[in-house]
Write a new protein. Structure first.
Ligand code: AMP
Length: 302
């Protein structure tokens, strides 16, 4: 598939090759993105947004496909948001491949890829932050101080710039999805939030841009988190309701992998994210595990 940046997004059949050539408009300017969005809305068009950090995989594409159906103008943002990375985290090495991402977006019928520069989103002297102060406290919020402040800030900025009617998020980042839903409610933002299921590799590993860091050996070990979460579900189904007892078995399972280290394994109310000591069907089981230096997360509803 050939990709060309083109002012007016269109699909055409190349008469010589009969290959479908698809175009996706790339916008880097915040002002231009706002103008396009306002013009679309003035024509009564519904704008759908999928915020991403790029290095797209099937998980992202599932959101993009759903958004394509839900809106008249489909905007995919690609922005590796420095504000959600801690000082010792992988911002610099975070995988990037804009060319490939643009092709994938074009293939899914994306109208606009919004790819702003870091210095435009956070210009010199930037000093305003948005923070949700309840749901964002535990789990990844405890393990990654400042992470959700960075997420809510950038997502609110994207909402302000793009003005979507509807925006799509993955439940793979369950806490992030809940925090964004809460921000939207608390701040009366006029956008519908949709959370979609986790897309997995055939063996069950949750798809993640960070999976690309894994060596073959690490890739095999990485499955331990998914296995531990499934084990929790089985234990509850068999009648074990003690979170501590289930956690001990999960720790044993993960402990068998030489390169795995638990960051957290927790059971929470799926709506309030309050900790659970006695488990009930439908509770959230969520975990983060380091495989050597690579931090992977996953979750399931028991
Ligand atoms: P990221 O590029 O990692 O910031 O992710 C962008 C969006 O894609 C977020 O809403 C994620 O929750 C979602 N996402 C990432 N991985 C998956 C997956 N395996 N399945 C479904 N959604 C995903």
């Amino acid at each position: 598939m050939e990709l060309l940046d083109h002012g007016n997004k269109s699909d055409l059949r190349n008469p010589d090759t009969a290959i479908l050539i698809q175009f996706v408009k790339t916008v880097t300017s915040i002002t231009e993105m706002g103008e396009i969005s306002r013009a679309g809305k003035a024509e009564g068009k519904r704008i759908a947004l999928v915020p991403t950090m790029g290095f797209l995989h099937e998980g992202h594409l599932s959101l993009i496909r759903a958004a394509r159906k839900a809106g008249d103008v489909l905007v995919v943002s690609i922005f590796v948001n420095p504000a959600q990375f801690g000082p010792a985290e992988d911002l610099d090495s975070y995988p990037r491949n804009l060319d490939r991402d643009l092709k994938l977006c074009a293939g899914e019928g994306t109208d606009i890829v919004f790819n702003p520069a870091g210095g435009d989103i956070y210009p010199e002297g930037y000093s305003t932050w948005v923070e949700e102060t309840d749901l964002s406290r535990g789990l990844c919020g405890a393990a990654r101080p400042g992470h959700f402040r960075g997420v809510t800030t950038v997502v609110l900025k994207l909402f302000n710039i793009v003005g979507p009617n509807i925006a799509f998020f993955g439940r793979k980042d369950y806490q992030q999805f809940k925090v964004i839903e809460k921000m939207v409610r608390d701040l009366d933002l006029p956008v519908e939030i949709v959370g979609l299921p986790t897309v997995r590799e055939p063996d069950g590993l949750a798809m993640s841009s960070r999976n690309s860091y894994l060596s073959n050996r690490e890739r095999k070990e990485a499955l331990c988190l998914r296995r531990a979460l499934l084990q929790a579900r089985e234990m509850l189904a068999a009648g074990e309701t003690s979170a501590a007892a289930v956690r001990r078995e999960m720790e044993k399972l993960i402990g068998r992998e030489p390169d795995a280290r638990i960051d957290y394994l927790e059971f929470r109310d799926p709506e309030t994210l309050k900790p659970r000591e006695t488990l009930r069907p439908g509770d959230l089981a969520a975990g983060a595990v380091f495989i050597n230096r690579i931090r992977l997360i996953d979750n399931l509803l028991l």
